[in-house]
Design a protein around this ligand. Sequence first.
Ligand code: ZN
Length: 130
Amino acid sequence: MSMLVLNYWTPSKLVRLKLVDNDTCWKCHEEAGTLVHMLYTCRKNDYLWDGIINLVNDIFKLNRSKSPAVCVLGLLPDNSILSRRQRLWMRLAFITGCRIILRHWKSSSPCSLREWTEQMSKMALYERVV
Ligand SMILES: [Zn+2]
């Protein structure tokens, strides 16, 4: 995950390197485009992360809150109820969320939950675990 993120420079980093003079987020055009903002706190990502966390909670009967630790860093609940395969699926669910955000890194459109669902289905792990 960390290697993947390193390929994407944020507005904040570009300003720090004096390559641009405006660090506003490319998506919302409201807040500073830090890494955490771009990957997580930007309101344009809310729909995607809310959708993923709600789905994960439904499927595994959990009650997790959305947080950057869970969504971006993939830190999962230490929950022995979950099988190894289920934990793997959950990790994949969040990594796929990050990938979709990275794919539309400079786009101002909100990230799509539909794209996430399509991506997960393509990986064919979706039905086997659920
Ligand atoms: Zn933003």
